[in-house]
Design a protein around this ligand. Structure first.
Ligand code: NAP
Length: 465
């Protein structure tokens, strides 16, 4: 058993480790270390909570059982889940975290009920309200990303007004229960309304915007955790929940900035709806394509190449082949850099994680702002399974749903090779005028296979020379 002073000190150490973990996670070079620091902080927090609670060991068996089941499931999910399904996995974790906060709050209310002081009721009310709506909202986000629900926004007339009225009802019920903790029927009505609100809040948002929604739900789950900390008088839960809440909010703001959208537009704009009937994408022209061997000759004769990775690179798991191609080209004295768009792929940092896994040096990775002005001097931009993040419609087509989103200027390179399997659109569901530009050549096929063919052809050309 540990006394209160030692527990407070250990919680402080855990809190500092959490802050250092967040700092580490902000850069690919230090993210692994950040993860370890976070794990250490969480281990200290959990063990301290467990031992400060003693000497009552009556529930210890149940706790061990929960850890074994939860930890086992977590390990299986972490091992099995493909990198491409990371966003929905994150949504699922938020759903579980929020459900835990809501259930702890409900059981606390059930056991203490009308004896709770108003101060505790404030924390408990917020905890249960946010926990309930975050649980269902995250489950809907998961279902949309997993393809179990349609990705397009599901809307009905007057939806925003209805949602607002529902929210007003939830807040009124919560305030009423805080003032009259004995009003138990209203407490459970509030839980029900918040659960419905979570569903209605997320269904009108298109799957393309789900990562922002997930970041916002992450912040709600964090705040629910912090409120749980106040309700249970557990300081580390307050610290961890607040850090989680703040970082989720900051992430959602950064993502909106990268897409040049406001949070209100993401939450209430029903983005990703199919265009109204008869809408003309305005994309016209001829598509040129090349074989991998022809494209390899173009690469072999270049001095400067920029790789633009996108979601398709993740799908085909082409990152190792890309690194190998860069090495082969590097041996011929060709400069190969990587341009990483902040929302390329399906989650923040998606491309960085894959390229780091393949051993691409960090100093070869360039952010959009660092590299965009260089494109006119680049001999070949290789667009690998990217689509929306290089669509010039974002710059010049005001009717486009992605208009205003900053893009990588791949179209400004002297030549552009686009590696994808077909002319199918990307996540936003719109045509890409880049594919019709005179400096652009499509190389159709699975990205990994095409890149491997590039490497073999460049090697063969080097041998022949
Ligand atoms: P994208 O616009 O979704 O395009 C991906 C392209 O990859 C598709 O056009 C597809 O064409 C191609 N592809 C798929 N499998 C392939 C394979 N095996 N080999 C070769 N190509 C393949 O991707 P993006 O340019 O990375 O843009 C990301 C989009 O997702 C943006 O709209 C962004 O707002 C959104 N988003 C971003 C995040 C985030 O946080 N990063 C999260 C969710 C959504 P084919 O089918 O013809 O092969």
């Amino acid at each position: 058993m540990i006394n209160a002073n030692l527990a407070a000190l250990l919680y402080l150490v855990a809190g500092v480790l959490f802050i250092l973990a967040l700092r580490g996670l902000s850069s690919p070079e230090t993210s692994r270390q950040g993860n370890y620091l976070g794990i250490a902080g969480m281990a200290i927090a959990v063990l301290t909570t467990l031992f400060v609670a003693g000497p009552d060991w009556s529930g210890f068996g149940l706790i061990v059982l929960a850890v074994v089941i939860g930890g086992g499931l977590g390990a299986v999910i972490a091992r099995r889940i493909p990198m491409t399904a990371m966003p929905q996995r994150t949504a699922l974790s938020h759903a579980f975290g929020a459900a835990a906060a809501a259930l702890v709050g409900i059981s606390h209310y059930y056991s203490e009920g009308s004896h709770l002081a108003s101060g505790s009721m404030v924390a408990l009310g917020i905890e249960v309200m946010l926990g309930s709506l975050t649980f269902t909202g995250s489950m809907i986000a998961f279902a949309k990303l997993q393809g179990w629900l349609p990705g397009a926004p599901m809307t009905f007339k007057g939806q925003n007004v209805f949602n607002m009225l529902l929210l007003v009802g939830i807040v009124t019920a919560t305030v009423w229960v805080i003032v009259n903790p004995a009003a138990s029927a209203l407490f459970y009505v509030m839980v029900g309304l918040a659960t419905i609100f979570g569903v209605l809040f997320v269904v009108p948002i298109g799957a393309a915007d789900m990562p922002v929604v997930i970041a916002i739900l992450n912040s709600y789950a964090g705040l629910a955790g912090a409120a749980t900390g106040f309700a249970l008088d557990n300081k580390i839960l307050v610290i961890a929940g607040t850090l989680d809440g703040a970082s989720g909010l900051i992430l959602s703001i950064l993502m909106c900035k990268a897409m040049n959208r406001s949070i209100t537009n993401v939450l209430f704009g029903a983005f990703g709806k199919p265009p109204e009937t008869g809408a003309d994408s305005g994309v016209k022209g001829t598509v040129r394509s090349m074989t991998a061997d022809q494209a390899a000759l173009l690469l072999a004769g270049s001095e400067s190449i920029v790789v633009v990775p996108g979601y398709g690179m993740a799908v085909s798991q082409a990152q190792h082949a890309v690194k190998e191609l860069a090495d082969v080209l590097g041996e011929r004295g060709i400069d190969v850099r990587y341009a990483v768009h902040p929302v390329a792929g399906r989650m923040p940092g998606h491309m960085n994680v894959l390229l780091a896994e393949a051993g691409v040096p960090y100093d070869k990775l360039y952010d959009m702002d660092q590299i965009n002005d260089d494109f006119p001097r680049v001999d070949v931009a290789i667009v690998i399974g990217a689509n929306d993040v290089v669509n010039p419609a974002a710059r010049n087509n005001k009717a486009s749903p992605i208009y205003g989103m900053p893009i990588l200027n791949a179209d400004k390179a002297k030549s552009v090779l686009v590696l994808k399997r077909s002319m199918a659109p990307g996540f936003a569901g719109i045509e890409n005028e880049l594919f019709y530009m005179p400096n652009c050549m499509m190389v159709f096929g699975d990205a990994k296979k095409t890149i491997s063919e590039f490497s073999s052809a460049v090697k063969a050309a080097a041998k022949a020379a």
